[in-house]
Design a protein around this ligand. Structure first.
Ligand SMILES: [Zn+2]
Length: 680
């Protein structure tokens, strides 16, 4: 299955008590979380840019890793950075050129008008956070809010100060700016990066501005034997379809060669199973062949115990309207042993949950095997996974390999921590119906969010099997509906089992507090359907799959149960969760339906479900929500500044240590990554 990253916690952000989860579990004092302790006053929230927040990720455990693991991480870190530009190019064909222009201006600012410079800096930060001019949540374009003339004057001033621009053969600076003007200024030019539901008669590939297809429509694909669905760009050339395969001597060959070089440098420092996986990955990057990808997926899943791991490749398919093409990403991380205990407990008991899934017994797995679950701290995330990062990941996406060899699931502990510590508490007060609800959220939403994220990944995505009569994969059957169905399934599993006494028995929740935790999660999940509308400031459609799934679940419960009431007070709308038992029962019914849709590959049913409940919303309601969050100055999303690694070498050039530091500055890090600033 492809779906596999969890973006935000279902709940409206979170707060101060983020890291107290572990201490709360034992009923400890939540006002003095030991885990925070010494670092309580360090900077998490770095700045606000438009409706985004920028926060720093910390990886405290890195310094204590043994030297061979630090060296391993160092090489994998370089491999992750080496692929960064691939994702820029995949997301938009003009991205790299646009980035060059922007970065040249802001690194040569001396003669630039200050007001124009401030706007270019604002735009550039959003461009970096979103990897190009498309908002990651709405998929819609954003533009420079200055005039083309002021922008041209800024570029000319930068050129006088020594900036060099990406001019094409014989092109003047003015001609270049005229050519690029629609990219920076025209909202109607390539307006949306991925459009899965563009309306009747419009083609999902033709209207999507990403660079995964060039001149191709769904009709062209009807009879095309696609050999590399995951790792190629499809281009129509002289009336013929050509697959440009991502591999060492193919598309992105130069970047891939660098990645492979660093992966191979990492091998001597890796455990034996991990070395095998890294070599298999290098082989796949060389050939681009599906058989090699499968061999790599299997080797990666079979490496269950390495304390360090990486994800590097063309993985998630959210950006492709067809749900086939992988976006490149690179992550490097190490296991966080304290936080892993709970997630391991869930994984060890996966069969217990599988046997009690509220769906037809035909779709329950007999022997749930090989779920490897860890809480991890990321050291770096690039491409599709950074600066905007998931909070949970479950891979591989290949359904057959998952069923035969299992999957690995990680919860990104230090990302969660940075989210929590960079967010304010005003939010839940604004959208909670009662003071008790706000207090419950304050006290438990962080704990409940971490637990349900783990459940979503470990017993959610990893669960169930498809119908024996299904001759192809669910994603091939469900197409653009697949991701949202799969996310709904995983969320519903977590919501369904949250009140189960088994969780307390396993020590995952304190028994005396479980009821409050259930209420906090159900209330927060319900509020989120309202609050998440702030992320979609244009139009009246949700494009992002996780948002669709969460909208669908709450609206389905509103229509089919008595669990949720829509209320109004002082002209403000509230979604109030009033009956947790009705909520849980409804979740069970919907989960059975969603599993049936996946297991049988019922496209029409999936589409009908999301059309009715998940895609469309009332823009007047959204406007109300936006006005309320804007009064509180709350961000719609958060991007992260990654830790920085620096090798320490002896006189012979051999690495004797690797140090970690925290730039606490988005601009500095992005310019470093682009090679425009030397690492400090
Ligand atoms: Zn998920």
């Amino acid at each position: 299955m492809m779906m596999t990253k969890t973006l935000w916690r279902g709940v409206v952000a979170v707060v101060v008590m983020a890291t107290m989860a572990a201490s709360c579990r034992g009923g400890g004092d939540e006002t003095a979380p030991a885990a925070v302790g010494a670092q309580a006053d360090r900077k998490y929230l770095l700045e606000r840019v438009g409706d985004a927040a920028v926060a720093q990720i910390y990886a405290d455990g890195f310094a204590a890793l043994p030297l061979d693991q630090k060296q391993l991480v160092w090489h994998l870190y370089q491999a992750a950075l080496a692929g960064r530009d691939i994702y820029y190019d995949q997301r938009y064909a003009h991205n790299l050129e646009m980035r060059d222009v922007l970065e040249e201006i802001i690194t040569h600012p001396s003669g630039v008008d200050p007001a124009t410079l401030a706007e270019i800096e604002r735009y550039t930060k959003l461009f970096w956070l979103n990897t190009g001019p498309y908002n990651n949540l709405t998929a819609r374009k954003f533009v420079l809010e200055t005039t083309p003339e002021a922008f041209a004057a800024a570029a000319a001033a930068a050129a006088s100060a020594g900036a060099t621009f990406p001019l094409q053969d014989g092109e003047t600076l003015d001609a270049m700016l005229a050519r690029m003007r629609p990219y920076f200024f025209d909202l109607e030019f390539d307006p949306i990066v991925t459009s899965k539901t563009p309306g009747a008669d419009r083609d999902i590939l033709a209207v999507s501005a990403n660079n995964l297809y060039v001149g191709v429509t769904m009709k062209d694909l009807a009879s095309f034997p696609e050999r590399h669905p995951l790792n190629s760009r499809l281009v129509k050339r002289d009336g013929r379809l050509v697959e440009e395969v991502y591999r060492i001597d193919g598309k992105y060959g130069a970047q891939i060669a660098k990645i492979v070089e660093h992966l191979e440098a990492a091998v001597p420092f890796a455990s034996e199973p991990m070395a095998k996986a890294l070599q298999a990955l290098a082989q796949y990057y060389r050939t681009g062949e599906t058989a090699d990808r499968e061999a790599y997926d299997i080797a990666w899943v079979q490496d269950r115990n390495s304390p360090v791991d990486t994800i590097n490749g063309f993985i998630e398919v959210y950006m492709d309207a067809r749900g086939q093409k992988g976006s490149w990403e690179g992550l490097v991380y190490y296991v966080n042993p304290e936080k892993t205990e709970g997630i391991r407990t869930l994984a060890a008991n996966a069969q217990w949950f599988e046997d009690r899934m509220p769906w037809d017994a035909r779709y329950r797995k007999a022997g749930v095997t090989g779920i490897t679950a860890n809480a991890i701290d990321v050291v770096v995330e690039t491409g599709d996974s950074g600066p905007i990062t998931p909070v949970g990941i479950n891979l591989p996406n290949d359904q057959r390999i998952r069923e035969e060899h299992g999957s690995k699931s990680v919860s990104l502990a230090n990302v969660n921590e940075a989210y929590d510590r960079s967010t304010s508490a005003e939010f839940r007060k604004e959208f909670a119906w009662s003071a008790e609800e706000a207090e419950r959220s304050e006290k438990w939403s962080s704990f409940a969010g971490e637990l349900t994220t783990n459940m979503h990944e470990v017993i959610g995505h990893a669960s169930g099997k498809v119908s024996e009569s299904l001759t192809t994969t669910p994603q091939a059957m469900l197409k653009e509906q697949f991701s949202a169905i799969e996310e709904a399934r995983a969320d519903l599993v977590a919501l369904y089992f949250l009140p189960d006494p088994k969780l307390a028995e396993l020590g995952l929740v304190p028994a005396a507090e479980q009821h409050e935790i259930v209420l906090a999660e159900y209330e927060g999940y319900t509020r989120n359907a309202l609050v998440q509308l702030r992320r979609v400031r244009e139009g009246s459609q949700i494009e992002e799959d996780h948002m669709r799934n969460r909208q669908m679940i709450v609206r389905w419960l509103m229509d089919n149960t008595k669990a949720i009431e829509v209320r109004e007070r002082d002209g403000k709308t509230y979604y109030a969760m009033t009956d947790w038992q009705a909520f849980q029962a409804g979740v069970g019914r919907l989960l059975a339906e969603v599993q049936l849709i996946k297991a049988e590959g019922n496209y029409d049913a999936a589409r009908a479900l999301f059309e009715l409940y998940g895609v469309h919303f009332d823009p007047a309601l959204r406007d109300e929500i936006v006005a309320r969050v804007d009064r509180l100055n709350m961000p719609s999303y958060t991007g992260f500044v990654m830790p920085r690694l620096t090798p320490v070498r002896n006189a012979d050039g051999a690495i004797t240590d690797v140090t970690i530091s925290y730039p606490q500055d988005l601009t500095e890090q992005m310019l470093e990554y682009s090679g425009r600033r030397k690492p400090m």
